[in-house]
Ligand binder design. Structure first.
Ligand code: GDP
Ligand code: K
Ligand code: MG
Length: 294
């Protein structure tokens, strides 16, 4: 059997640096995309790129200075999210983008345990001298990153980006069916959106102790009815998750529902249940990222 590589690649960068253009260019190379409902950068999954012997799952995070997430803390939470569960991080900047506005953010990137490819995009708009200056600047800022100058628009450097990602991906079976869209990925997105809200609203212990399972996903012309179970290992965690008079869980539910409505472009009815299951780690760990666990 030929080896198969698969993994999660997160893309971060300011709005309009060219993240979506790069995605389109990558998908245009000999590949297929099976899911791309969320082209807006409010959501994490952008697309899945398949080859015979690989599968790359690209995720996006909201622009790192997006005003809607203007609070420093939320922003850092999103960057933290981008550094969790990824195999490779793509950090995209554009030619001429100078100076890091945010030292805390830069520090996160510098100390990333995940390989970072720093893509300097739009080099079609710069001359050689400028480009060399840029490469020197970013090399100094992020000595741990691999710098690749590209033009997503003109596809310059795009095959190299793909090659580097493939070199860095672990050997793994595909996470999603390679040629079809099923309801499995939809459940996977539901799980991910709920998980994101939990990561944002609770301290460390909770996000790492939970597992989410979407048990019900029923779509009609008007509405999608979703039932999801949040599994925890201990009763105390259940209490924290639910919060005083249910207020904490309610916030998770409300925010997740809003995102799901944008994601699926449809009204969503979302029910969340919290269950204590001491053994979920043993049961579910292997399947966690697959979206096949329901
Ligand atoms: P995103 O917000 O990071 O997803 O950025 P988009 O992919 O939507 O691109 C923002 C704008 O930059 C669009 O007008 C693109 O056409 C343009 N753009 C993206 N990549 C390049 C590039 O390599 N060169 C040039 N000149 N423009 C680009
Ligand atoms: K854009
Ligand atoms: Mg975009």
């Amino acid at each position: 059997m030929k080896e198969h590589k698969a993994g999660f690649v997160n893309i971060i960068g300011n709005p309009n640096v060219g993240k979506s253009t790069l995605m389109n260019a990558l998908v245009g190379e000999r590949l297929s995309i099976i899911t791309s409902k969320a082209q807006t950068t409010r959501h994490r999954i952008l697309g899945i790129v398949n080859g015979d012997d690989f599968q790359i799952v690209f995720s996006d995070t909201p622009g790192i200075i997006k005003p809607a997430y203007g609070l420093q803390e939320s922003m850092m939470d999103f960057v933290r999210l981008a550094l969790v569960d990824a195999d490779v991080l793509l950090y995209m900047v554009e030619v001429g983008e100078k100076g890091l506005k945010d030292e805390a953010f830069a520090e996160k990137i510098r100390s990333s345990q995940i390989p970072v490819l720093l893509l300097i995009n739009k080099i079609d708009t710069s001359d050689q001298g400028q480009l060399e200056e840029q490469v020197a600047f970013w090399t100094e800022q992020f000595p741990n990153a691999e710098i690749i100058p590209i033009s997503a628009l003109e596809r310059f450097g795009v095959p190299e980006v793909l090659d580097r990602i493939l070199a860095l991906l672990p050997e793994a079976p595909p996470y999603f069916p390679k040629d079809q869209l099923t309801d499995r990925p939809e459940r996977f997105f539901v799980n991910e959106i709920i998980r994101e809200k939990i990561l944002l609203h609770y301290k460390k212990e909770i996000p790492y102790a939970v597992e989410i399972e979407t048990e019900r996903f029923e779509e009609t012309d008007e509405i999608i009815r979703i039932g999801a179970v949040i599994m925890v290992e201990r009763a105390t965690q259940k209490g924290i998750l639910i919060g005083h008079k249910g207020s904490a869980l309610k916030r998770v539910g409300t925010e997740a529902r809003k995102d799901l409505e944008t994601f699926f472009d449809k009204k969503v009815f979302l029910e969340l249940f919290v269950k204590v299951n001491k053994n979920w780690r043993n049961d579910a760990r292997q399947l966690r990222r697959f979206g096949y666990d329901s």
